[in-house]
Design a protein around this ligand. Structure first.
Ligand code: HEM
Length: 715
């Protein structure tokens, strides 16, 4: 019997550790025992919430077996009442999320930059809880929709919780928090029919953004590959706003936060994203979960761009404007430390759903800037959580509780858990000897002190003139992309605007937004929509012709290994057992994930007569779930050659620009299906001779040269 050490994760892990896994049955039983041991109620009697042991949980209390149910049945009423209230309101935005536990470790002592404790000791691991999310869709919506992704990290530091609540794009739609309800109302499903779910491709979104030029930069990112990440492990994260670091001497510097995935940055192609939304709506959630279960822990490097206070006004834009980024070529990212996500939540609701992030949760050594979007956020999160989490005591929910002790004079309220002792719930007091007391801000003692910034000016409602240029950076972003990425932006705009029913909204977007970003972009989108291509822009504020920033192109952020990349290995009866074994051993060495995919979920018979267990049938694990595929030949290739689903598998892999290996007779399928051979179509009899080329293909992620041929994007 051929072993597939990756069939279940624990088996894979033991294989990695060199353990013999011949007895699958035992492993599966051990897994079950482990699951049971994890449950917190093993050996416990079933009781009511008041602690009374329950004798019968199958029948309600009735007047005779066929009589009416009695109101006095407190066991029934308690159970149903609790069930009736199991749902809480979901988040207004970012409702769909997936999270994991892990740790952050500083590379060195950064005391020169900040007094924040978690950035001092390189030997210390600070626990973190990280939640990724989409913005638009509800809690049950699909993962792979075109959307900005939330990237929130809660650091449980010894000085209190620090929340870095960012996104996977370095800029935001709007400049002032007062516009947030507008942009969210515009992008959410339309109010009359609640369509579409999880998408910005509809009239109200494009109506708003075409009337609000400050959104131009973020919308261009939203139309790019960044809005359809391959998985959550391959996303960059950004704090977006300018923040401040303050060191023990009180010296402040402006900083912008960056998370760089050590897995590289890669995306889906649009056709894949759309199909995945139906075939596996949990695609991103599942990938994160399975990677962590398999011990393939995703990692990100945290870094900052540092701007000296005296350089605040040295840029072509205002560093307080959240629709602008600072090109890394101008201010490089200084690495601070690494985050590793290595533990899945035990309970989705208790942790992922109840976690409450807030940009106002900062610790000594970090402070805000006057970015007007950030200033509004500081109020909004706790305010919304009061409703979502049912009162003012949600900081006591385990996932939100700081790991350091916390005492104050706040009391009571809905769902209070702490039983406060003592008489004095005020300060100053003499009854409890004035405890709990304030802590002076001196570094050694750690009281929080706001950065002392001089502020004077008129009380006004006005946008700073330094926020007026909305197009130069959108143009810079577009022009920094590779040809393939630019084509995707054109396709993104064309698809979305094609869903907009009102022609004037399409025209306004082309003429008043796109024409100001880049005339070529505007022209291509106009052609695709049948709109007159514009010949000039309409903008009247000074524009900058910024240098392209190579750091913005995903082509420059590709992975450096194939750890956790996914390969479909297609097998059918008569399959060559030795080849399968060679592939599996290679994958283990590379820490890539292989799934054996068959014509049906039933095991297949190898050329040696052994039964080989498959992970799924082709329709259960379609090609869109993988980064590459291998078709393994054997004694009988006719089954796959004449199998419509098998041929579709190959066609789709090709169409989605993935590397593929066709062994033996299967090489003929290229000709049969009229597929032009290229650097990503590998054929031969010996997998070992092709494995390095397959690896190179996976590192490049896609065969971009194939794209025009596969007609994946409009011209
Ligand atoms: C740079 C701009 C912004 C970024 C990066 C951002 C990011 C996020 C993220 C990542 C979440 C999900 C947190 C989680 O995982 O639980 C979130 C939730 C939320 N955001 Fe923002 N947001 C931004 C702007 C704003 C603004 C301007 C407002 C309002 C003034 C706002 C209000 C909210 C609300 C109400 C929630 C739901 C919070 C909850 O129920 O826990 N956001 N945001």
């Amino acid at each position: 019997m051929i072993k597939n050490p990756q069939t279940d994760n624990d088996a894979f892990k033991s294989e990695l550790a060199g353990t013999d896994t011949t007895d699958r049955q035992n492993i599966s039983e051990k897994n079950q025992q482990l699951e049971h041991a994890k449950a917190d109620a093993t050996d416990q009697a079933l009781r009511t919430n008041q602690g009374v042991k329950i004798a019968d949980d199958q029948n309600s209390l009735k007047a005779d077996v066929r009589g009416p149910t009695l109101l006095e049945d407190f066991i029934l009423r308690e159970k149903i009442t609790h069930f009736d209230h199991e749902r809480i309101p979901e988040r207004v935005v970012h409702a769909r999320g997936s999270a994991a536990h892990g740790y952050f470790q500083s590379y060195k002592n950064h005391a020169e930059l900040t007094k924040a404790g978690f950035l001092q000791d390189p030997n210390k691991q600070t626990p973190v809880f990280t939640r990724f999310s989409t913005v638009q869709g509800p809690r049950g919506s699909a993962d792979t929709v075109r959307d900005t992704r939330g990237f929130s990290v809660k650091f449980y530091t010894d000085e209190g919780n620090y929340d870095l609540v960012g996104n996977n794009m370095p800029i935001f739609f709007i400049q002032d928090a007062i516009k947030f309800p507008d942009v969210v109302h515009a992008v959410k499903p339309e109010p009359h029919n609640e369509i579409p779910t999880g998408q910005s491709a509809h009239d109200t979104f494009w109506d708003f953004v075409s009337l609000t030029p400050e959104t131009a930069h973020h919308v261009t990112w939203q139309m790019s590959d960044r809005a359809i990440p391959r998985n959550l492990r391959s996303m960059q994260g950004f704090g977006i706003h300018t923040f401040r670091f303050i060191n023990a001497e009180g010296k402040g510097r402006f900083v912008k936060f960056h998370w760089k995935p050590l897995q590289g940055v890669v995306s889906l192609v649009w056709d894949e994203a759309q199909k995945l939304a139906g075939k596996d709506p949990d695609f991103h959630r599942r990938d994160l979960w399975e990677s962590i279960e398999a011990g393939l822990y995703p990692e990100w490097e945290l870094g900052v761009q540092i701007i000296a206070e005296e350089d605040e006004h040295q840029f072509d834009f205002d560093i307080l404007d959240p629709t602008k980024l600072i090109p890394e070529e101008l201010v490089p990212v200084t690495p601070l430390g690494k985050m590793v996500l290595n533990r899945n939540p035990e309970n989705f609701f208790a942790e992922t759903e109840q976690v409450a992030f807030c940009p106002a949760h900062i610790v000594p050594g970090i402070d805000f800037s006057n970015d007007p979007l950030l200033q509004g956020r500081l109020f909004s999160y706790t305010d919304t959580q009061l409703t979502r989490l049912g009162g003012p005591n949600f900081h006591e929910i385990p996932i939100n509780r700081p790991v350091c002790p916390f005492h104050n004079h706040q009391r009571d309220g809905l769902h209070r858990e702490t039983i406060n002792k003592g008489r004095a719930s005020y300060n100053p007091n003499s009854i409890d000897n004035n405890w709990p007391r304030e802590t002076p801000p001196a570094a050694a003692q750690g009281g929080f002190e706001s950065y002392q910034e001089r502020v004077d000016g008129h009380k006004i409602r006005q946008r700073s003139p330094s926020f007026a240029d909305h197009f130069s950076q959108a143009r810079m972003f577009y022009q920094s992309l590779s040809q393939a990425e630019q084509a995707h932006v054109v396709a993104g705009y064309s698809f979305e605007l094609g869903k907009v029913e009102r022609v004037w909204i399409r025209e306004r977007t082309v003429n008043e937004i796109l024409a100001n970003i880049d005339l070529e972009l505007a022209g291509k989108v106009a052609m695709n929509l049948g709109v007159e291509p514009p010949t000039k822009g309409t903008v009247d504020v000074p524009q900058f012709n910024l240098q392209p920033s190579p750091a913005l192109s995903q082509m420059n952020l590709l992975p450096t290994d194939i750890k956790a990349r996914k390969i479909a290995v297609l097998v059918s009866n008569g399959v060559n057992a030795d080849t399968v074994e060679t592939i599996l051993n290679w994958a283990i060495e590379e820490m890539a994930v292989v799934k054996l995919v068959g014509p049906s979920p039933a095991p297949v018979k190898t050329n040696k007569g052994d039964m080989l267990k498959v992970d799924a049938a082709m329709d259960g694990m379609p090609s869109i779930m993988f980064d590459a595929m291998v078709m393994v030949d054997g004694d009988d290739v006719s089954a796959m050659q004449q199998n419509g689903e098998g041929l579709h598998y190959l066609l789709e892999t090709y169409k989605h620009l993935k590397p593929l290996v066709l062994l033996g007779e299967y090489a003929k399928l290229l000709q049969q299906l009229h597929l032009k051979p290229d650097e990503g179509t590998l054929t031969g009899n010996d997998f070992a001779k092709l494995q390095d080329q397959l690896k190179q293909g996976l590192l490049k992620h896609r065969v971009w040269a194939r794209e025009p041929l596969a007609k994946m994007v409009p011209a």
